[in-house]
Design a protein around this ligand. Structure first.
Ligand code: CA
Length: 228
């Protein structure tokens, strides 16, 4: 999953970016409202962490303009615990807010909850029958034991499983698991998926050659699986 952090204070911004990366997200950053607005429109983020007080364009305006075009979930960071600020944020289309200063653990939990809701889930666990994905601990479990997935393999599997039944194209995968500074070639997605299928079970990820990948729905026969 890919997150945008819009925060002008360099120390806080790098702290947030680092913490989110350690939590397994691909993370882009913006140091002012204008840059944040541009990136928010350009890229398909799974969630945006948006500070209110920003140079060039404040967080309110970024949010209002974003909502004219996109429903990307937004966690608003307000500078003070004023009811009016929180009401204004929520009324303008923010999905959640945090008051500065906040505990990093709480921010990470709120981002996880936003990403979960975006994907239409109430539970942090995705049960695929043979395996269960625990999105809090970022593990894939079979019979209670964690499978040895790399961070990238995990990220791809969570994305595919979140869209169970849908065909997910390689470019969608690329957009959601690599950040803007990652110059890895997109064909690496094929390599990751190939390894992933061997680890989680080939019947859990169908390959549609030239199109993408799909986690089959429960009880669906694995008839159209091709390839590696
Ligand atoms: Ca600020």
């Amino acid at each position: 999953m890919r997150i945008l952090v819009v925060e002008d204070e360099p120390a806080l911004r790098s702290l947030l970016v680092q913490a989110l990366r350690e939590d397994g997200y691909a993370v882009d950053e913006a140091a002012d409202g204008r840059e944040g607005h541009r990136k928010a429109l350009e890229n398909p983020y799974d969630s945006i962490v948006l500070d209110v007080m920003l140079p060039f364009m404040d967080g309110w305006e970024v949010l209002v303009r974003l909502r004219e075009q996109k429903a990307t979930p937004v966690l608003f960071l307000t500078a003070r615990d004023a009811v009016a600020d929180r009401v204004r944020g929520l009324d303008h289309g923010a999905d959640d807010y945090l008051v500065k200063p906040f505990a990093l653990a709480e921010l990470l939990a709120r981002v996880r909850a936003l990403v979960r809701r975006t994907n239409g889930r109430d539970s942090p666990k995705i049960n695929l029958g043979e395996v269960v994905i625990d999105t809090n601990s970022r593990q894939v479990l079979r019979d209670g034991l964690a499978l040895p997935l790399t961070a990238r393999e995990y990220a791809i599997f969570e994305l595919l499983a979140s869209r169970r039944g849908e065909l997910v194209t390689k470019s969608t995968i690329y957009d959601h698991i690599f950040d803007e500074n990652d110059d890895s070639l997109s064909n690496l997605v094929e390599v990751h998926v190939s390894h992933l299928r061997k680890k989680v079970g080939k019947n859990l990820i169908q390959t549609r050659r030239g199109q993408g990948y799909r986690v089959p729905l429960e009880g669906e026969p694995a008839t159209d699986t091709e390839g590696t």
